[in-house]
Design a protein around this ligand. Sequence first.
Ligand code: NDP
Length: 455
Amino acid sequence: MTLKFDYDLFVIGAGSGGVRAARMAASKGKKVAVAEERYLGGTCVNVGCVPKKLFVYASQFPELFHASKGYGWSIPGQPSLDWATLRDNKTTEIERLNAIYNNLIDNSGAELFSARATVVGPHQVAVEDKVYSAKVILIATGGWPYIPEFPGSELAISSNEMFFLDQLPKTAVVVGGGYIAVEFAGILNGLGVETHLVYRGPELLKSFDREMSGKIVEGMSNKGVHIHLNTQINEIVKVAGRDRELSVVLDNGGNLTAGLALYATGRQANTAGLGLENTAVVMGNNGSIVVDNHFATAEPSIYALGDVIDRVQLTPVAIQEAMVLVDHLYGDGQAQIDYSDIPTAVFCQPEFGTVGLSEEQARAEYADIAVYLSDFKPMLQTLGGGAERITMKLVVDNESDRVLGCHMVGEHAAEIIQGLGIALKAGATKAHFDATVGIHPSAAEEFVTMRERAR
Ligand code: NDP
């Protein structure tokens, strides 16, 4: 007897990974459903990468206005920001993208449920008051910001709310030392908000190359962000008689008064209330779903990918995971995901792009490495007069001559590092870099003209 299911694949969560899996499976003739309770496109499109990048652009204009003077421009009056225009234009753009996602799902032939779905059995999903059966269920529910509990923590906001503020504060405190904290500290500072970044550890972006992280701290400080390292927050209280003012009490006896306290203290897998207790799915201590190399959970009919499995919380990784999974389920099963040498960028200011091993990781893994460094003033600033610099670094294995890591702090780092990611994937050696002709005049050419070893 063959079992009949309502769907071949039921995807819960229409973020980057879920939508890609649904579309790919539908294109292979599978009967697919997608359920999304909140917004199409998930975190990236709605409260992550996309609106964040738009805000980063917005926050860069003051420096460009300043630089334009050296190029002969004069701007009558003092440029000023209308926050509501920025916020609402951003929302309009996101709504346009939501509609595109809707069309992508529709055109693929997958069926969309705009409602919360819960798992009620290994092959059963409940949506509103109906239960549907599916041969395979894919959990792609992403993550959600985590704010630790402490006195006054209910007064803190997460990155989700940052995109919809009714007004910009004069002063802000941003807490955390990861991607989101440094990115929002840069955005707020650039938009004219006096910004304090409070981090409990000694170094920001601690999983990256230490020297580059030092350059980021230096660059952010030069741009005006007040960085408080080795500092924790004891409590947040409302300032009496001042509607929007908070007093952020630090563990060093200090105190910051701010109109906003943003906690960017990590994200947790979105698994609460999903009904996974009705299945054999196993979750880790942090609530993320445990999967094997094929994204299979401990329940044979249930798979999971993207931020909810807490491997690498990056949109392009979730998309690759989705393609590998669909190939595993409905293709020839040859596709694989390689988590090494994933290029990534932090859109802090100065921007940071990186691929491969940090100097510290390379020293731990290889006996003999060489480090090449370049630090210079970007050409824009020669007439522009700004203090910003660019730092580039190559980490090379001396034995094989292979380039192990490329790191850059400064303008266009993300755009430049993307291409170098291909070089590293292809196993490029330092000799290949040296044999490559530079594009002149560009900042990127420095990556192929570094001849002197710094270490
Ligand atoms: P991260 O995990 O990168 O950083 C969390 C930060 O919060 C760490 O500095 C951590 O400190 C700190 N922290 C955690 N708990 C506490 C606490 N109780 N009190 C004080 N500080 C605390 O998370 P993010 O939220 O910044 O970002 C989540 C993920 O989203 C990133 O890892 C990244 O994968 C992705 N992302 C990617 C972006 C991009 O591609 N540009 C942009 C934004 C996000 P400690 O280090 O001491 O533990």
